[in-house]
Design a binder for this molecule. Sequence first.
Ligand code: PLP
Ligand code: ZN
Length: 437
Amino acid sequence: MAVTHLQCKACKAEYPLEAKYVCERCFGPLEAAYDYSRLGEDVAGLRRRIQGGPQNIWRYADFLPTVGGQPGPSGRLASRAGLPAGCTPLIRADRLARHLGLREVWVKNDAANPTHSFKDRVVSVASVRARELGFEVLACASTGNLANSVAAHAAALGLESYVLIPADLEEQKILATGIYGTKVVAVDGDYDDVNRLCTEISAERDWAFVNINLRPYYAEGSKTLAYEIAEQLGWELPDRCVVPIASGSLYTKLAKGFEEWRELGLVGDPARPLPRMNGAQAEGCAPVANAYAAGAEVCQPVKAKTIAKSLAIGSPADGPYALDLARESGGGIDSVTDEEIRQGIALLAQTTGIFTETAGGVTTAVLAKLAQRGDIDPDERVVLVITGEGLKTLDAVQGTFQTTQITPSYEQFEAVFPEAGGDRAATDAPTSALALR
Ligand SMILES: *Cc1c(COP(=O)(O)O)cnc(C)c1O
Ligand SMILES: [Zn+2]
């Protein structure tokens, strides 16, 4: 195992690998630290080991902060038990690229995870680490997808679970969570209220809150998205990624994953820059995009009001680090309106066949904005990160198209869709208010 300790991101103080997330000296966030020289393999050997691993995130176990190697109660290796996540498709999206005037766009479809969002990556790592540390209850403060994932992973591992959510969450997400037998606690307040309450509970109860006291482990799970993209591109890095930002964890850890692998020589040319990282937020909750635009170092908290509820964090924990990354990588952070989010969902669906939730509408709309502004060199290889599934936010597409209702008669069908002399063009009427032209 390469993981060695937890380290304060601010003052670099070191701590053992326990359920701890703030520095005692400076209150900075703790992060997992590694000594990769312990892997003791050359690049070819490391690549072979990864390729010979399971078809899920545990193929990257060497780069994750779980101890592993110890058979769990099931007799299987602890790190491979539970609900397997990852190895989601990376699809070349030529129709989308052409529509935007770009040459090479890839869609990383992380809706293709067990609970249909990228959260299965982070929860896999946190829940396995929670079990290694002896916790019996898994819990979280969630904007929806995390609740889904914690409930499912707890069920798979046979752990008890509590998920706390804002009471006004999408019904689909609540239903898809309660079914796993978790305790769903709907809090009368927004995500930031839920998060405060969970921090209080975690001081009183010996629970593994995946995104609070286990956050250093949880956060590392997002690196697997970077490893996968690089492996799927044939051990190469993209030139640019467009990534959603809620707390800023995924955005910053994706970059960390690319950086680690380049340092190890697993990918890329050390002489070439790391990917430009473009963050994406909804205008109705854009504390990081606002701070970026203002040239500020820290984010001013906001009250969220957007259809992109999975991204609605008004006080993002990793905001300052996200700002640093946007500036250092040569990327940026943009925000889009709810109407642009709806158009983004439709654009992705109509050019790729992928139906994403509102967060994917945010990234697709930001990609379109960057392309329109001419910020993207046509020769760049761009990866658009899609983090969740459209079926979970159906309300967002309500009223965006019309169905045509007819009686079961051919006459009526023909009357509605007339086929003049085999002229098929006449039947090509758009049925969607957001149809591409
Ligand atoms: C949680 C989430 C994100 C990003 O969250 P971070 O807190 O920034 O890591 C992105 N998309 C979806 C769909 C999510 O559920
Ligand atoms: Zn510190």
